[in-house]
Design a binder for this molecule. Structure first.
Ligand SMILES: [Zn+2]
Length: 118
């Protein structure tokens, strides 16, 4: 019962609602429009909806969060040469064919490049 009320207060948070809208739009555009533009469709669509019908401050806060995430992502990438998305997937990128391989792989499954040499 406590868990349910916890989720209720969470769903009343406007920022959480914003991200839920974004996620639903993302899935819909991913399936029905095009995978490559679904991030833009969902983010611009949700922002437009929020600016028009709801609190513009929430949209600003959400974009602050997204920009903050991208700053962390880019600084990890440029200062530590670490791709956060690949890391979370447990993968690394082959320097030879640029395909994704398992983080612990010793040989690239796509081009047989040996990671041991590097
Ligand atoms: Zn490779």
């Amino acid at each position: 019962m406590e868990l349910v009320s916890h989720f209720e207060t969470l769903f009343r948070e406007p920022i959480v609602q914003f991200f839920l809208w974004m996620a639903v739009l993302y899935l819909l555009s991913n399936v029905f429009i095009d995978k490559r533009i679904s991030f833009w469709v969902s983010s611009i669509g949700t922002t437009w909806f929020w600016l028009k019908n709801r609190d513009p401050m929430v949209a600003l806060q959400v974009w602050g969060l997204i920009l903050g995430f991208f700053l962390v992502f880019l600084s990890l990438k440029y200062f530590f040469h670490m791709n956060l998305f690949l890391f979370l997937k447990g993968k690394k990128r082959c320097p030879f064919c640029w395909e994704e391989a398992h983080r612990k792989a010793k040989v690239c499954p796509h081009c047989r490049h040996s990671f041991e040499d590097a």
